[in-house]
Design a protein around this ligand. Structure first.
Ligand code: GAL
Length: 828
C-alpha cells in the first residue's frame, strides 16, 4: 500500500508532472512488485502411471526437479505406435504430476492470493494443501484459482499438486505437447482489487486530432464489509502521463462492480503495422488516500474496418493482410513457451514481409500477443478447432457442452485489450458447419463474442464457405441446399472466412454481396528445405490425398522445394497470392503455415513426423519460397536463385529466380550467358532449364540496363569445415534467454555443401545449456533434446540457453572428418 499521488493533467505542468511521475512510477512498481510474481522455478515432476491419485503421491520417489514451462512429450522418443498417431507427431502423451512447496509471508494473510496457470495441456487438476481447487480440460486457455482460505502463512510450508492428464489419445490433429507448458504466476492483492482480466479499454472514436478512450473496469471486493474507494485510470505514453480520470465508488461486500470511465487523448499516436505505438492505462484503487491496488493494461489507439469493396482499412489506409497461420510449438523446444523463441519466429516472419498471424486453432500464449502488439502484426485470434462434433476421439468435443462458454469468454476477456488482435475466429473447419445445429452454435458463439467485445469482427475458417462441387462457382451459394455451409449462411459472421478454395475468391461478391472477405487459411504447399527434384516435369505430385498411403512420391518422403507440390485442397504459394494481390476487396490471407510444426506430416505416415507446410522449416531456416514472398511483400531488394549447384554432369536442371526492383535477370554458367529472363504478366519467378556443368552459376538482375544485384552459387567439394552463426552473440543471463546458432557444413573453400548430412556433436562450456537441436528434417527421429544431431542438406540448428550467472558460453561443434568450429556467446 502506498500514498496516492495527485496526478495533474494540466498541460502547463505536464513536463514537471512527467518527472514527478517517473519517480513515483518506480515507487509504485516496488509497492506492487508482488502483485504478480513468477512461480515457474523448482517444481518436482513425475511422469506416468505409478501414481494413481493424489493421495498416493508420497509413495513415489521418482521425482525430478525442473522449471516450468515444461513439455514432457518433447523429451521422449518418436514412437511409430504412439497412440496420438502421426497427427500428434508420434510423440507420446501420458499422465504427469507436478508438485511444489512454498511459503507465504505472514504479512500477506490479510490479502488475496491466487495461482494463475497460463496454459496446461491438458485436463489439469490442482490441489493446495490437500484442498481441491479445480479442473480445467482445455489445454490452451489460462485459468486462476484463489488459494487464500487454504494457505499457511509464515514459516509453515504449503504444497501445491497438479495432475496433468494427456493420456487419452488421440486428442489433437497436431502436436500439442504435454504438461505445464506455459507460465505460472502467484498473484497477491488487497481484498479490494481489479478482477482477473478486469480491464477493458476501447477507443470508440479515433481521429488524427483526438481519440476517445473508454475504460470498463471490474473491481472485486473480497472484504466482508462495504468499501468506499476511488478508482483512477491514468494513461501513459512511454512513461509520460497523458491524461487521468477519477471516480468514487461504493462496493458491497463480496461483489464485483463494473466501473465505466472515459478520457480523451489529444493528437493520438496511432498503432499501425509499421509503427506499433502502444499506450498504457494504469488503474489504481485507493481507500482513504492509500493506493491498495494497481493494474496495468497496454492498449493501442487505432481505427479499422473490413470493407466489402476495399478490404482491410487501418487508420484510413488500405492494408493487405499478408498473414501466416502458426501452431504453438517452437520446433525443438516443443510446446514449452519461451518468449525469445516466439520473438525469433516473428522476426523471421517480419523479414519475409508478413504482417498477420492467425493463432491456429486455439487461444495463443499471452506472450505471443504481447509481441504482436509491440512488433506490429494483425492477429486473428482463434478459439476452437471443433465444436460438438469431434475430429479425433478424445478431443475438446468431449468437453464442449460443459466448457465452451467459459473457455470462450475467458479468451475474450484475456485478449480483448491487445492492439494486435483485429479478428475473432470462432472456429476452424468445424464439422458442424454442414448442419443446422452448426448454424445455431455459430449464432450462440457470435452473440457471446459480441457481448464481450463489439469492436472486432467475427469470422470462422470454413472449408470452404461455398460449394466447390457445383461447376459454376458464381452460382454456388444460391444453389446450395440448406445443408451447405450452415455457418456461412447463418448470418453470425461479420467476415466470410475461406479455408482454401482460391478458385472461388474472385466470385466472393456474387455469393456474399454484403459480407467482407478474408482467406483464413490458404496454400498448404509442401517442401523439404534444400531438397530438389531437378526438373519440374518429373516432380511427383504427391500426396494424392493426405490420408492415403504414399505410393508415388520420393523415397525417404522428401518433397521438392520448388513451389510445385501442394495438397489437393491447396495451391502453390504463387497461385493463391496472385489472386489475393489482384483485388482490393480480397482483404488478405493467412498461409498454411509460416513455420513447419511437429505432427500432421503429409503424407500422413511413418517415417514422417513433422509437417512440410512451412515457408520456414522446423529449425527456423527459410525454404526458397520465403524469398518469393520477400520479393513481393517487402521493400528489400531481392534476388534469390536456386537450387544448389551440385548435380551429375550433363543432368538437366531447372534454375529458378525470385527477384524484384529489376526488369530482367541474366544467368551465367561459368561465365557464359545462358539467357535473360523477365517476368511476364503476373509471373512471380523466372526459370532456365540448363544442362549441369560444375562451377559457378551467377545471376545478375538489372533495371534499365544497370545492375541491381548479383548472386552466385558454386559447386561444392566434399564437406570439410563447420561454421557457426549465432542470431545473437550477447544474451541475458536470466536463465531463460536463448541464442539460436546455425551450423553450416562447408567444403574446403567454405562453400556450403548442399547435400551434407553429417552428424554433429555439440559441447557447451560455461553457465548455460543446450536446449534444442534440430535440422528441419521431417523424417528425422533423433531427439530434439540431445547434444548431437544429423544435419539436413548442409544445415542444422542448436539452441543455447543462458544460466543465471553472467559469463562466457563457449559452443563447439564437432563432426567426424570435419574441422571443428567454436563460437562464444556472452551472457550478461
Ligand atoms: C486444413 C486445417 C489445418 C491443417 C491443414 C493442412 O484443412 O485447417 O489445420 O490440417 O488443413 O493442409
Amino acid at each position: 500500500m502506498h500514498k496516492r499521488k495527485n496526478l495533474s493533467s494540466s498541460l502547463f505542468l505536464l513536463t514537471l508532472v512527467g518527472i514527478i511521475l517517473l519517480s513515483s512510477c518506480s515507487k509504485k512498481e516496488d509497492a506492487f512488485a508482488n502483485r504478480k510474481v513468477s512461480f515457474n522455478s523448482d517444481w518436482s515432476f513425475h511422469l506416468n502411471d505409478s501414481i494413481k491419485d493424489k493421495d498416493t503421491i508420497g509413495a513415489s520417489t521418482t521425482w525430478r526437479t525442473l522449471d516450468v514451462p515444461h513439455d514432457w512429450s518433447i523429451e521422449g522418443q518418436f514412437d511409430e505406435k504412439s497412440p496420438g498417431g502421426y497427427g500428434g507427431g508420434s510423440l507420446n502423451g501420458g499422465l504427469g504430476w507436478y508438485k511444489k512447496t512454498f511459503k507465504v509471508a505472514a504479512a500477506d494473510s490479510s490479502k488475496v492470493t491466487s495461482i494463475t496457470f497460463d496454459g496446461v495441456y491438458k485436463d489439469s487438476e490442482v490441489w493446495v494443501n490437500g484442498h481441491y481447487l479445480g479442473k480445467r480440460p482445455n489445454g490452451y486457455i489460462g485459468f486462476q484459482y484463489e488459494m487464500t482460505p487454504y494457505l499457511n502463512y509464515g514459516d509453515k510450508e504449503n504444497e501445491i499438486i497438479v495432475k496433468v492428464d494427456n493420456s487419452k489419445q488421440p486428442n489433437s490433429r497436431w502436436y500439442s505437447g504435454s504438461g505445464i507448458y506455459r507460465n505460472v504466476w502467484i498473484e497477491t492483492t488487497d481484498k479490494l482489487h481489479v478482477a482477473q482480466w478486469g480491464t477493458y479499454v476501447t477507443t470508440p472514436k479515433v481521429t488524427a486530432e483526438k481519440a476517445s478512450v473508454s475504460f470498463e473496469t471490474t473491481i472485486q471486493n473480497k472484504y466482508t464489509v462495504t468499501k468506499k474507494a476511488i478508482v483512477t485510470t491514468t494513461i501513459f505514453k512511454n512513461d509520460t502521463q497523458v491524461t487521468s480520470v477519477t471516480q468514487d465508488i461504493t462496493i458491497q461486500p463480496n461483489t464485483n462492480l463494473v466501473v465505466n470511465q472515459a478520457s480523451d487523448v489529444e493528437t493520438p499516436v496511432l498503432w499501425s503495422v509499421e509503427a506499433p505505438e502502444l499506450y498504457t492505462a494504469v488503474t489504481e484503487i485507493s481507500i482513504d488516500e492509500q493506493v491498495v491496488d494497481q493494474y496495468k493494461t497496454n492498449f493501442g489507439i487505432r481505427d479499422f474496418k473490413f470493407d466489402v469493396d476495399k478490404g482491410f482499412i487501418l487508420n484510413g489506409k488500405q492494408v493487405k493482410i499478408k498473414g501466416v497461420c502458426l501452431h504453438h510449438d517452437l520446433g525443438p523446444l516443443g510446446s514449452a513457451i519461451n518468449t525469445r523463441a516466439i520473438e525469433r519466429q516473428l522476426e523471421i516472419m517480419k523479414e519475409m514481409g508478413v504482417n498477420g498471424i492467425r493463432t491456429s486453432h486455439n487461444p495463443p500464449a499471452t506472450e505471443l500477443l504481447e509481441l504482436c502488439d509491440k512488433m506490429g502484426f494483425i492477429v486473428m485470434d482463434e478459439a476452437f478447432d471443433m465444436w460438438k462434433i469431434a475430429k479425433t476421439k478424445y478431443d475438446y468435443a468431449n468437453d464442449w457442452d460443459k466448457w465452451h462458454e467459459k473457455d470462450l469468454v475467458d479468451q475474450l476477456r484475456r485478449d480483448r485489450n491487445h492492439a494486435s488482435v483485429f479478428i475473432w475466429s470462432i472456429g476452424n473447419e468445424i464439422p458442424d458447419q454442414w448442419s443446422e445445429s452448426g448454424a445455431k452454435t455459430a449464432i450462440e458463439l457470435a452473440d457471446l463474442t459480441r457481448k464481450y467485445d463489439k469492436t472486432r469482427p467475427i469470422t470462422a475458417g470454413m472449408n470452404p464457405p461455398v460449394n466447390m462441387n457445383i461447376d459454376d462457382v458464381t452460382l454456388q451459394f444460391e444453389q446450395a441446399n440448406v445443408q451447405f455451409n450452415a455457418i456461412a449462411k447463418s448470418g453470425a459472421l461479420d467476415i466470410i472466412g475461406y479455408n482454401y478454395a482460391h478458385q472461388t475468391y474472385e466470385h466472393h461478391k456474387k455469393n456474399f454481396p454484403n459480407v467482407p472477405f478474408i482467406a483464413t487459411e490458404t496454400t498448404s504447399g509442401l517442401q523439404t528445405r534444400g531438397y530438389y527434384d531437378a526438373v519440374s516435369d518429373t516432380i511427383k505430385k504427391w500426396p494424392v490425398r493426405w490420408d492415403l498411403k504414399f505410393t508415388e512420391g520420393n523415397p525417404g518422403n522428401t518433397v521438392s522445394a520448388y513451389d510445385q507440390v501442394q495438397t489437393p485442397w491447396g495451391s502453390t504459394h504463387e497461385a493463391t497470392w496472385k489472386i489475393i494481390k489482384k483485388h482490393d476487396f480480397l482483404s488478405g490471407m493467412f498461409i498454411w503455415t509460416g513455420f513447419d510444426y511437429i505432427g500432421e506430416p503429409t503424407p500422413y505416415e511413418w517415417p514422417s513426423v513433422s509437417s512440410y507446410f512451412g515457408i520456414v522449416d522446423l529449425a527456423g531456416i527459410p525454404k526458397d519460397v520465403y524469398y518469393m514472398y520477400q520479393s513481393e511483400w517487402t521493400d528489400k531488394t531481392v534476388l534469390h536463385i536456386f537450387p544448389h549447384w551440385n548435380w551429375k554432369a550433363g543432368q538437366t536442371v531447372d534454375v529458378w529466380a525470385y527477384y524484384n526492383k529489376a526488369d530482367e535477370v541474366e544467368l551465367f554458367l561459368n561465365g557464359k550467358s545462358v539467357g535473360v529472363r523477365s517476368k511476364k504478366g503476373d509471373d512471380l519467378h523466372v526459370m532456365w532449364r540448363i544442362p549441369f556443368q560444375a562451377g559457378t552459376l551467377k545471376a545478375v538482375s538489372r533495371k534499365n540496363g544497370k545492375t541491381v544485384l548479383e548472386k552466385e552459387i558454386k559447386t561444392a567439394g566434399n564437406p570439410a569445415n563447420l561454421k557457426l552463426t549465432a542470431d545473437r552473440s550477447t544474451i541475458k543471463a536470466d536463465g531463460n534467454d536463448l541464442s539460436f546458432v546455425i551450423v553450416d557444413i562447408l567444403d574446403a573453400k567454405d562453400i556450403l555443401a548442399p547435400n551434407a548430412n553429417n552428424e554433429i556433436n555439440f559441447e557447451l562450456k560455461g553457465n548455460g545449456k543446450i536446449v534444442g537441436v534440430c535440422s528441419g528434417d521431417p523424417v528425422s527421429h533423433e531427439s530434439y533434446k540431445g547434444s548431437k544431431h544429423t544435419a539436413l542438406n548442409g544445415k542444422c540448428l542448436v539452441v543455447v540457453q543462458s544460466g543465471k550467472k553472467s559469463g562466457r558460453l563457449e559452443l563447439t561443434a564437432k563432426s567426424k572428418g570435419l574441422k571443428q568450429a567454436t563460437i562464444v556467446i556472452t551472457a550478461e
